[in-house]
Design a protein around this ligand. Structure first.
Ligand SMILES: CC(C)(COP(=O)(O)OP(=O)(O)OC[C@H]1O[C@@H](n2cnc3c(N)ncnc32)[C@H](O)[C@@H]1OP(=O)(O)O)[C@@H](O)C(=O)NCCC(=O)NCCS
Length: 89
């Protein structure tokens, strides 16, 4: 989702059988390329606090943790916090 000088990543998923083979990085590369072409300076995303794997993928890519949103996601037993991450293009 494009904003003024930023792009917000809303969802990214690789089919379970194909995870850990570099496809996530390929899509993050494609997103960064497209976003630069749109004139964006920053990428932003939220990730569930329990989703350690996705956090690792984003950190390895170069995203930095910049904040939290309390009770952001619906969860089985209530709500779950989000970690906000950003990447300078
Ligand atoms: C998050 C997701 C999209 C990543 O896709 P992927 O194809 O598995 O990721 P890649 O294989 O490209 O891995 C990217 C990097 O993270 C690393 N990585 C992957 N899985 C990891 C894990 N479990 N622990 C630590 N590092 C991991 C890889 O080594 C790679 O690093 P490198 O490029 O420096 O070698 C995928 O796991 C997924 O679909 N998860 C379920 C949906 C989801 O959680 N989406 C995100 C919601 S915010």
């Amino acid at each position: 989702m494009k904003g003024v000088d930023e792009v917000h990543l809303l969802n990214i998923t690789v089919a379970p059988a194909h995870r850990g083979q570099g496809w996530g990085r390929v899509m993050l590369d494609a997103l960064a390329l497209w976003s630069r072409g749109q004139g964006a300076q920053w990428l932003w995303l939220e990730v569930r606090t329990t989703n350690r794997r996705a956090q690792e993928v984003y950190l390895r890519y170069g995203y930095r943790r910049v904040g939290e949103r309390k009770n952001y996601y619906p969860a089985r037993d209530g709500r779950e916090d989000a970690i906000v991450m950003s990447y300078k293009l």
